[in-house]
Ligand binder design. Structure first.
Ligand SMILES: C[S@@+](CC[C@H](N)C(=O)[O-])C[C@H]1O[C@@H](n2cnc3c(N)ncnc32)[C@H](O)[C@@H]1O
Length: 247
């Protein structure tokens, strides 16, 4: 009887040379490159635990499609990234992969857009809905990105830092993998105004496991990590940061 060979997706074959420590036998059985395998870890809070469940990923996917139609400030800032046609881009904490797919469209067929996420449920949806020869997904931890320094012309990290206990560790990784002169876009929920700040404090003091960064702290973290130009902009309840890495 013929043995069915598992075919490594084209986008993953193109990803392997970008890795610092490529695996001898890459696990791509679910359509994404799994660099974490079975991990014995507790998610840092109930919200991240939800994003790692099948039901939570489905709810998030539907909600983000609807809210991005209504709230313009939640849309990805693709035009400001000035992505080169044929370039390499990385979407960290890619969730259901809609933003990664947009990056892929901007990068064109010769380019490559990669989404990295820790949640198997999110990655399964992302591969199912958006996998393509120039759009691939990797299971990795944003605090230890598996890529060489200076790999990507553009990096995004949208609605992720609030879920990580030490978000500035992720910021350092985002800048590390960005090519000199490359652009990085970050979006985080961030309260503004007296009432919102009080609500924010209640949230960060609660067991929700959320960390809310302010504009100054985020800008300082980006500068410390090697970003040159940093612009921050508050729009409604979210904070956007755009940074360029020192050439
Ligand atoms: C709120 S969703 C945002 C998804 C997508 N960026 C978007 O804007 O629609 C946050 C995503 O970050 C991922 N995430 C959280 N902590 C992570 C970590 N340490 N490493 C990689 N991904 C992480 C979650 O699994 C989830 O898919």
């Amino acid at each position: 009887m013929d043995r069915l060979e598992h075919v490594v997706p084209e986008a993953i074959s193109r990803t392997l040379p970008l890795l610092k420590d490529p695996p001898d036998e890459p696990d791509t059985t679910r359509g994404y490159l799994d660099l974490l395998g079975p991990v014995n870890r507790e998610p840092p809070g109930p919200i991240q635990a939800a994003w790692e469940s099948t039901a939570g990923a489905a709810v998030y996917d539907t909600a983000q499609r609807l809210t991005r139609k209504v709230f313009l400030s939640l849309r990805p800032p693709l035009s400001v990234l000035r992505m080169p046609d044929g370039g390499l881009t990385l979407d960290v904490g890619s969730g259901p992969g809609d933003i990664t797919a947009e990056l892929g469209r901007a990068a064109g067929p010769r380019g490559l857009a990669l989404g990295a996420d820790i949640s198997e449920s999110m990655l399964e949806r992302a591969v199912r809905d958006h996998g393509a020869p120039n759009v691939g997904f990797v299971r990795a931890d944003a605090t230890r990105l598996p890529f060489h320094d200076g790999t990507f012309a553009a990096v995004t990290c949208l609605a992720v830092l609030q879920l990580v206990p030490r978000p500035l560790d992720v910021v350092a990784e985002l800048v590390r993998v960005l090519a000199p002169g490359g652009r990085l876009a970050i979006m985080v929920p961030s309260p503004r105004g007296r009432l919102a700040t009080r609500v924010g404090k209640l949230i960060t003091d609660s067991p929700a496991g959320l960390v809310l960064l302010g504009a100054e702290e985020l800008a300082d973290g980006l500068h410390d990590a090697g970003a040159d130009t940093v612009h921050t902009r508050q729009a409604a309840f979210v904070l956007h940061a755009l940074a360029t890495k020192r050439a």
